[in-house]
Design a protein around this ligand. Structure first.
Ligand code: BG6
Length: 498
């Protein structure tokens, strides 16, 4: 049976931002359309615009018509729109506005049968967290009420380093209990990411090979072909390391490398992810040399797909002396029995050759090949590639005999594609995550300790880069800077040309 969220009010801070428009609001509509929200569901938008409820409805309608995954149904829309309210803030420090917000939420509780349940979605720059959480608490919006829940959903980045992430936790901890904090890493909402655990732990054939005896190395790639668009305000203070490696890529590493959990419950999965993140090392064979094991770059001006594109420094809003990286690569090791000596290479970048996110597990060569050298010249390493997106699926690369009278071997691919195997479209990550937050279901949200352990890994790298001059420039449409190639060349390996 589908799980339907309790009646509730979802208060969205930052509803006028890019993320809300392109992902969150379409996902809310898609959930309503799939019958997964209660008819009493209410959405309160908070933003620094001079809008009324009708303006909000127009805005949400436009966002939904442009980006929703499911079909437009006027009756569903009317029901959703009836529960929408807008509260205009002059700033997030506008005390009177919190009073108005409280009155609106109380009124919805009284008139629309929300059961007093409230979720606060904070899709705002982290700099505003202290002001917002303090005032939410002071206004009584999160005071406990018997039989009703209060939850806070926070968008990344969770701080900008280990210390600030701890401060953020303390702030949010003042308004709700730790179990009522839902940290969003939208990669965990993706079907293909959830499938990593299914692949590993619901099958017999992979797990015996999933260790240092058979695996040569692992490559985790998140390549985007787009630039930063209009997001300089956010991106220029963050860079690729903090934007996606600290969260999405280290989560992919944890799911790929963790031990089998005792169940798929939140606590059991977290415990295993935490254990493996705790074993991650920046050292290469025991020695720390971050110049040799990390690389960063930023895209220059050039052409992408035949179209002229600006370099990062020429993008609107980027500081002229910016040293922010738009590409980052790391070589990590995992100090435990399963993975000792197996490098995990992570890379992420904007304006690369194409959009692809994948986890590639590259196996060792067989200990002996009873073929003539010429016969195996065209054979590479066995590889299992989890294709996170696009073209979601799993590929295995194997050697096979080329049909003919003489013995020649070549690599072939065995493919599983979601499109060919399942009729239903995968829900968007945010549909799953918003629903889970409203259901109070925690497995797909990183725990405070996972966030802390991820910063423990990244902090020394960011600090090292801060003292290391400008990032290397790379050509748009390429696979990143020279330094990234050198990083693998030091280990006599090459990146996959995905
Ligand atoms: C976000 C990053 O978390 O993920 C963006 O902040 C990035 O910089 C985006 O573009 C990519 O998400 P997806 O789901 O398209 O891979």
């Amino acid at each position: 049976m589908p799980r339907v969220a309790d009646p509730c009010v979802l208060v969205m801070f930052g509803i006028t931002g890019d993320l809300a428009r392109s992902k969150l609001l379409p996902a809310v509509y898609d959930l309503a359309n799939r019958g997964l929200l209660s008819p009493s569901f209410c959405l309160v938008g908070v933003g620094r615009r001079d809008w009324d409820d009708e303006d909000l409805r127009d805005y949400v309608r436009t966002a939904v018509r442009a980006r929703a995954r499911t079909a437009w149904h006027p009756a569903i829309w009317e029901q959703l729109a009836a529960g929408m309210r807008f509260v205009a803030f002059s700033s997030f420090e506008d005390d009177a506005a919190y009073g108005r917000l409280t009155a609106v939420v109380d009124d919805l509780d009284a008139t629309r049968g929300t059961g007093g349940n409230r979720a606060f979605y904070l899709s705002i720059p982290p700099g505003w967290f202290p002001a917002v959480t303090e005032r939410i608490a002071a206004s009584g919006l999160v005071d406990e009420s018997p039989g009703a829940w209060r939850r806070v959903v926070i968008e990344k980045p969770f701080g900008h380093d280990r210390a600030s992430a701890a401060e953020l936790d303390a702030l949010v901890g003042r308004i709700v209990r730790p179990d009522d904090v839902f940290r969003v890493d939208h990669y965990l909402g993706k079907e293909t990411v959830q499938n990593i655990l299914a692949l590993r732990f619901a099958n017999t054939i992979f797990e015996p090979l999933w260790n240092q005896r058979y695996v040569d190395h692992v490559q985790i790639t998140m390549a985007e072909d787009i630039g930063i668009g209009s997001r300089a305000g956010y991106y220029d203070t963050i860079g690729a390391g903090r934007d996606v490696i600290q969260n999405h890529l280290l989560q992919l590493l944890a799911l790929t490398a963790m031990e089998e959990p005792s169940s798929m419950g939140a606590a059991a999965v977290r415990a295993e992810k935490e254990k493996v993140l705790d074993c991650v090392r920046l050292e290469r064979a025991g020695a720390l040399d971050l110049d040799a094991t990390t690389a960063r770059g930023r895209y220059g001006a050039g052409f992408q797909g035949g179209v002229p594109v600006r370099g990062y420094l020429e993008e609107d809003g980027v500081a002229p002396d910016s040293r922010t990286e738009t590409y980052a690569a790391l070589r990590l090791e995992i100090a435990n029995r399963r993975w000792a000596g197996v490098p995990f290479y992570l890379r992420a970048g904007k304006r690369l050759a194409r959009r692809v996110t994948e986890v590639a597990v590259v196996f060792k060569q067989p200990p002996f090949l009873p073929f003539e050298d010429a016969a195996t010249a065209g054979v590479g390493a066995n590889t299992i590639v989890v294709r996170i997106q696009p073209d979601e699926g799993i590929t295995m690369r194997l050697a096979s005999k080329v049909p003919g009278t003489h013995l020649e071997l070549r690599d072939v691919r065995m493919d599983f594609g979601y499109g060919a195997s399942f009729n239903e479209d995968s829900p968007e990550a945010y549909e799953r995550l918003i629903l889970d937050a409203l259901l109070g279901d925690a497995p797909l949200f990183p725990h405070r300790r996972e966030v802390d352990l991820s910063w423990r890994i990244l902090d020394p790298v960011i600090e090292h880069w801060a003292g290391a001059g400008r990032p290397q420039e790379y050509r748009p449409g390429s696979w990143g800077p020279e330094g990234a190639r050198d990083l693998l060349a030091r280990d006599a390996r090459t990146w996959r040309r995905s």
